[in-house]
Design a protein around this ligand. Structure first.
Ligand code: 4AD
Ligand code: MG
Length: 444
């Protein structure tokens, strides 16, 4: 931006996060009004710039009359810029203050239409309707910054462990995760096309080309369930490994989770504090995670009074009950084939079990990872497609992977929003993504 504050052109524009490096220097900050306190001939605007908060000290006798009056009349979320000297001040938010030498207002929010989000309690629907503004609030801002760290940690993990990023398409002709949650796209002329539920099928092809791969992007589920864990559009990271089995999935997923939690603890302490997260709950997330079979999980649940029968899927309450004995995520494997996707390799000894694995986060955050070993045998896969009434033509290319150098392979998917909700200790996944999409929420 050009210099509109009357300050010398050499004044560096910095962000509040960089303040420590500029103590004693005159700098310029660009931001929005977070709060304003007045005390006689001094006003204290707290400026918010997206990287932090800083209290400015504007003394009437040091400033031109109009500048002082403009600062004094600032309303919440008005945009302005200030120039002044940074000074360490232990008692101030963030540990620094800025002594104002000049300032300019870009847009003053008028009194007759004030910023709609005030410190008073608002209902969640109101806040969600104002999500485009709500993101400026401290807790929302903190959650999104935790999300950024989670995503960066995921990418760093795979990038430094020999995985090649190969992103998969969003428009797909075939269902990966069952036909009940498919979004149909009415546009393409010759065939039915859906929004992807998972990049897995393409990942399998990519693994045969590159060895270890991952894809990372938005995925879609026409979820009729209106729960605190479900979005219709969510982000999923999916690694896939050639010459790998169920045990490899457990090992990599566990290592990945421990790594991400470590990174969040290392780089997002402030945000976790803002969110009032009990950090001890995250500090206990260390390897090894408990590993139990579906059989054991069912027995465990029945012992706790759950209605679950062998063959049934775990509900939200079951998942919460399952993790309460441990302080870290629980790895559950070998589910009944009946309740799993068409692509799972059966257990060699008990073919009624699928070599699938779920990882359940503690504290009621539910399933964060789902994956397993894929069928590598052509005939068996053909049979499964039929049993699941999946259109053979759409899967011909997928069958090719079993015709041309088929190998045991395995992978998993991890949902970003559930992971972030767990890190932040948030009640609902809707606050972990900037613009959540749910059954009853497609705006803003
Ligand atoms: O268990 P899911 O359905 O597994 C798959 O899609 C596999 N094809 C992945 C693979 O093996 N490559 O989904 C994986 C994860 C879940 O554990 C959960 O974290 C998240 O994706 N997830 C959702 N997150 C938010 N809202 C929803 N509706 C979700 N559905 C799944
Ligand atoms: Mg699952």
């Amino acid at each position: 931006m050009n210099n509109e504050t009357g300050a010398a052109p050499s004044v560096p524009v910095i962000t509040i996060a960089e303040a420590a490096r500029h103590a004693g220097e005159t700098v310029r900050l660009n931001g929005w009004l977070y709060n304003l306190r007045k005390s006689g001939k001094i006003v204290f605007p707290i400026i918010r710039d997206g990287s932090g908060l800083m209290q400015c000290v504007a003394v009437k006798s040091n400033l031109p009359e109009d500048v002082f009056e403009a600062l004094k009349g600032l309303t919440q979320e008005s945009s302005f810029t200030v120039t002044g000297k940074i000074r360490a001040e232990q008692r101030a938010i963030g540990g620094y203050e800025l002594d104002v030498e000049s300032a300019a207002i870009f847009q003053r929010v008028p009194e007759d239409r004030p910023y709609p989000i005030t410190p008073k309690e608002h209902g969640v629907d109101f806040l969600m309707d104002h999500r485009h503004l709500w993101l400026r609030s401290r807790r929302q801002h903190a959650a999104i910054r935790v999300r950024h760290e989670v995503i960066k940690a995921i990418r760093d993990y795979f990038d430094s462990h020999g995985f090649t990023l190969v992103d998969t398409p969003i428009f797909t002709p075939a269902a990966c995760e069952g036909t009940t949650t498919l979004f149909e796209v009415d546009y393409f002329e010759d065939e039915k096309v859906y929004l992807t539920q998972s990049g897995q099928l393409y990942n399998e092809a990519n693994a045969m080309a590159f060895g270890n791969v991952y894809c990372f992007g938005p995925t879609f589920r026409a979820e009729k369930s209106k729960t605190r864990r479900h979005l219709t559009e969510f982000w999923m990271v999916e690694p896939e490994m050639a010459y790998a089995d169920l045990e490899d999935v457990k090992r990599v997923a566990e290592e990945l989770i421990v790594y991400i939690v470590g990174r969040v603890l290392e780089n997002r302490r402030e945000e976790l504090k803002t969110l009032e997260r009990d950090i001890s709950k995250l500090e206990s997330v260390k390897a090894p995670f408990p590993r139990i079979s579906y059989d054991e999980a069912v027995k465990n649940l029945q012992g706790k009074g759950s209605e679950i029968q062998w063959g049934g899927d775990f509900g939200n309450t079951d998942e919460t009950l399952l993790t309460e004995d441990w302080d870290r995520p629980v790895i559950i494997d070998r589910y009944p084939t009946e309740i799993k996707g068409f692509y799972f390799q059966p257990d060699a000894v008990r073919p009624e079990l699928a070599l699938g694995v779920d990882i359940i986060a503690p504290e009621g955050y539910g399933e964060i990872v789902g994956g397993g070993q894929r069928i590598h045998d052509l005939q068996l896969l053909e049979k499964r497609l039929e049993e699941h009434h999946l259109p053979r033509e759409a899967f011909e290319w997928y069958l090719d992977l079993r015709r041309f150098g088929s190998v045991p392979h395995a992978g998993f998917g991890m949902g970003v929003e559930r992971f972030v909700a767990w890190m932040c200790g948030l009640e609902h996944v809707r606050e972990t993504i900037a613009y959540p999409r749910m059954l009853y929420r497609t705006r803003p």
